[in-house]
Design a binder for this molecule. Structure first.
Ligand SMILES: NC(=O)c1ccc[n+]([C@@H]2O[C@H](COP(=O)([O-])OP(=O)(O)OC[C@H]3O[C@@H](n4cnc5c(N)ncnc54)[C@H](OP(=O)(O)O)[C@@H]3O)[C@@H](O)[C@H]2O)c1
Length: 245
């Protein structure tokens, strides 16, 4: 039986996992509010999805609290409510600890940390009033099990913090019938990585290959329909975080 259509807000919807998520929800007949920094990139994304009427692009930097508010406000104005927020916008840079620049620290804190915090706050205010909703964070498997071959303290610090914040927020919002979960991808085939990097990246998963955006999408779709599942971090990583191999 087809469940009632949802309204899903996705940050970082112009590329990679976010674009694949937008396509999957639209295919189910759900409404999607997609965010990225520029209107042009969102227009390109909408065109690649077939310019559907139930897609609304809202441009802006997720680090800006006003953008979180605008995403929820415009979603409500256009579609009546927000059922799911997916905090997907994010950047990743792996390098030795001592080489991170101040600009890189600022960029990661802005996009990955504030980009989780402010949209989630705006969504939680709306969802508490509705007594219903789901917040899903896209984190990273490497934050569950750091790897000596991939020094990445800065993204691990922030994605790892969001993994824990997922649990803390799930507890806080459970009495309001709001679920908070995370999907922790291993390495996924997106524009984040060039094809010439795939040979090395394949070796980072026990499965011997990197993942597909569809494999991340399937986990998110499951969680957004799972109303009695909250506070979990679901690795989708070919075994990367299961132990040493
Ligand atoms: N790919 C992987 O192997 C992998 C592994 C683990 C975790 N992840 C996580 O999965 C998520 C998606 O990654 P991806 O591989 O799909 O990356 P991607 O292809 O580079 O896409 C990133 C998206 O985020 C948007 N974005 C970046 N900074 C933003 C900002 N400040 N405000 C609003 N939007 C912003 C980009 O849009 P514009 O550039 O158009 O603004 C783009 O739509 C990230 O959180 C990443 O850390 C990915």
């Amino acid at each position: 039986m087809k469940s009632q259509s949802k309204t899903v807000v996705i940050t970082g919807a112009s590329s990679g996992i976010g674009l694949a998520l937008a396509g999957a929800y639209l295919q189910r007949g759900d409404n999607v509010v997609g965010n990225a920094r520029s209107t042009e990139r969102l227009q390109e994304a909408a065109a690649s999805l077939g310019s559907p009427a139930n897609f609304l692009g809202v441009a802006g930097d997720v680090a800006d609290p006003a953008v979180g508010d605008a995403l929820i406000k415009q979603a409500v104005e256009r579609f009546g409510q927000v059922d799911v927020l997916i905090n997907n916008a994010g950047i990743f840079n792996a390098k030795p600890f001592v080489e991170y620049t101040q600009a890189e620290v600022e960029a990661l804190v802005n996009t990955n940390l504030k980009g989780f915090f402010y949209p989630s706050q705006a969504a939680a205010r709306h969802m508490v009033a509705r007594k219903s909703g789901h917040i899903i964070n896209i984190t990273a498997s490497i934050a569950l099990q750091p790897n000596q071959s991939v020094p990445a303290v800065l993204p691990v610090l922030i994605k790892g913090g969001i993994n824990q914040a997922t649990k803390a927020l799930a507890l806080e919002l459970a009495p309001h019938n709001i679920q908070v979960t995370a999907v922790a991808p291993g390495i996924v085939d997106t524009p984040l990585y060039t094809k010439d990097m795939h040979g090395f990246l394949n070796t980072l998963q026990p499965a011997g290959r990197i993942g597909t955006t569809r494999e991340i999408v399937d986990a998110v779709l499951y969680l957004s329909d799972a109303n009695f599942t909250t506070g979990i971090v679901l690795p989708v990583d070919g075994g990367m975080s299961s132990g040493k191999w």
